[in-house]
Design a protein. Sequence first.
Length: 285
Amino acid sequence: MDPAHTSPPQNRFEQIERALQQHEEQMAAASSESRRAAAAHEQATTALAAQVQQLTQTLSQTLALVQSAAPSPAASALAPSRVLSEPHVGTPERYTGELEGCDPFLTNCSILFALQPLTFATEEAKVAYAISHLWGTAKWDRQTSTCSSFQAFAAELRKVFGMEVSSYDSAQGLLKMHQGNQTVADFAIDFRIKARRSEWNMAALCDAFLNGLADYIKDKMVSYDLPTTLDSLMELATRINLCIQARRREKLQRTTRRQSSQRLRRTSTVTSSTAPDSPGGPEPM
């Protein structure tokens, strides 16, 4: 077939197919880069935990000095010291093993330990508190080496639950995403979450988003000049979706009003046909 007679939509989807093939070849290189980034993230998190632990030790030493210089028990009974009071902090939610919840759980525990050094004065107390908010206590029962310090326990927990989703897995997820029965707005939210981890360029993201839209949205977008940015493409698709929904509601309301009017006319006709005759005939003998 002469390319000059090929329709624009067909050219567009052929470009999409070629682009997807090219990105699949780039996934292996992106995966190795993701692993290096994950290793750097783990080192930074470990350093942060060490800093939090050092801060906790410093606070404990300071409070010990304050306690040694505290007034006599009689004076303390008359005027209780406020130095020893600890701030009230919300407890972390129970961690059930989700990959994305590992680091937030450990961070919340570290903040709690730093703000309440008297309550969590020992490493065993910190580890015991963290394990009490987990779904299992096997390591505590066995008293493994990971229970010796909270830093060791956090490192072990990250090995099991703290692995992040690689860019390769996110890219595979983008290729499989489809709008289905969702609105475009909901589909765009899910797409953005995976897009941030995929490391794809703007053209590839636009093609993948366009490919995942429902057919009735694609049919309407044929008459538009497609934007070159993901935000603009999502905005256009969302606006088209809202117009389609508004039109459907208008048709439904019109049908409902017509059916109500027909029922009202039928009711009026039945009522008039069953009404008793007006008096005026001859009176009975």
